[in-house]
Write a protein that binds this ligand. Structure first.
Ligand code: C2E
Ligand code: CA
Ligand code: CA
Length: 370
């Protein structure tokens, strides 16, 4: 209501329509549009006082200019402004005017959306593995499975380009099941060759809405007689925030069945450690944005050090991801961080390359104790 009031009272001449939720459509009939939009954002951005709370309001605007494309219908114009809005959000801008090239990205997404189903069925997906080092013994003891798409025409597509599509188009269940099956087969291969390497699998919000995926992965664990803690499931905070009660129940179910649970990208979400400690998780994974530049950034050092202390006080172990230099690795070891992951140790690699890397790396390998 406050936002609507501010828009209506704005000095910028416009008509305002409420689309629902937090979305408004503004119709401006004057040109040029950029100074008007800037003026509007300036008026809207003033802090909002609600009872004794001061709130920072945040706005993102997507703009489509009809005079640039006179043949467009109102519906098409709205679609273009939405494309511009998504572009602005993605690039963390406060506003963006529509440009035709954005649609080629949209076309690209459409193309990927349609071929993803085939990719999963026809196994165009591959897993890369990124090692994690146990810092107390400098032993490679864990791996994270990271999916890539080997597209027949487009080459290797990184997960950031298709995971969100899979999430939005209901394909996450199929994708996670494929990844899980593949990763567990690899675990068994390593185990049979005498290695004891925990594998971490990334799961999405959709996978913990009910017991369907949990029962699938529990079934695989039983089939292959995996030890408890052989598999880690990495889940992000936002997967939990959507429905904390349900998430707690499902994560508890997985934990009771011997899976290690880890909160991924810790520090980027909005939940506090106090909230997270209610969850049946055993591990925190500090997001790479706090780790990458740690050796040169004192405030990152403070954040990581206090996160380590808090986590340890709550009996959680800690993984630091995004380690890109030796100074950071040694600093984390000294501070008692349990596991380390990052390009300094190794980039994610396909299995064949990884097996070669084992031969030449300066670390030990964790072996099965007879
Ligand atoms: P994530 O789970 O945070 O995975 C770590 C990402 O950080 C990987 O990118 C990895 O290559 C990158 N990384 C590792 N070390 C460093 C480093 O030292 N410096 C820098 N700059 N980056 C580093 P990748 O493989 O492109 O994966 C991106 C994201 O895609 C993952 O982020 C994860 O959220 C998602 N993802 C990947 N595979 C799967 C999957 O099988 N299922 C689901 N649900 N998500 C997946
Ligand atoms: Ca992860
Ligand atoms: Ca992460």
């Amino acid at each position: 209501m406050e936002v609507a009031n501010r828009i209506v009272k704005s000095k910028v001449p416009l008509s305002c329509f409420h689309l629902g939720n937090e979305n408004f459509v503004l119709l401006l009939e004057n040109q040029p549009v950029t100074p008007l939009v800037k003026e509007l954002l300036k008026e809207l951005n003033i802090q909002c006082q609600f009872e004794s709370i001061s709130l920072n309001l945040q706005f993102v605007l997507g703009v489509a200019v009809s005079s640039l494309q006179p043949d467009l219908s109102a519906v098409e114009l709205l679609q273009k402004s939405n494309v511009a809005l998504q572009h602005a959000k993605k690039h963390k801008q406060s506003f963006q005017i529509y440009e035709p090239q954005f649609d080629t990205n949209a076309m690209e997404r459409l193309f990927l959306t349609n071929s993803l189903k085939n990719a999963i069925e026809q196994s165009e997906l591959v897993l890369y593995y990124q090692p994690k080092l146990s810092l107390d013994t400098m032993t490679v003891s864990h791996m994270e499975a990271l999916v890539r798409w080997e597209h027949p025409d487009k080459g290797l597509i990184p997960p950031d380009a298709f995971i969100s599509i899979a999430e939005k188009t209901g394909q996450m269940d199929a994708l996670t099941r494929w990844v899980t099956n593949e990763a567990i087969n690899q675990y068994v291969k390593w185990r049979d060759s005498g290695l004891e390497i925990n594998i971490a699998i990334n799961i999405s919000a959709e996978n913990i809405l009910d017991k369907s995926y949990p029962d699938f992965v529990i079934g695989l664990k039983e089939k292959h007689q995996l030890d408890n803690n052989a598999i880690t499931l990495e889940v992000t905070e936002d997967a939990v925030v959507a429905d904390p009660q349900k998430a707690t129940e499902i994560l508890g179910y997985l934990s009771d069945h011997g899976f290690k649970l880890s909160i991924d990208d810790y520090g980027t979400g909005y939940s506090s450690l106090a909230q997270l400690k209610q969850l049946p998780v055993q591990e925190l994974k500090i997001d790479r944005s706090f780790v990458q530049h740690l050796s040169k950034d004192d405030s990152d050092k403070i954040i990581v050090k206090s996160t380590l202390e808090l986590a340890h006080n709550l009996a959680l172990s800690v993984v630091a991801e995004g380690i890109e230099d030796e100074t950071t690795l040694l600093w984390l070891k000294e501070k008692g961080c349990e596991l380390a992951q990052g390009y300094f140790i190794s980039k994610p690699l396909p299995v064949e390359t990884l097996n070669l890397w084992f031969e030449e790396m300066p670390y030990k390998l964790k072996r099965v104790v007879a």
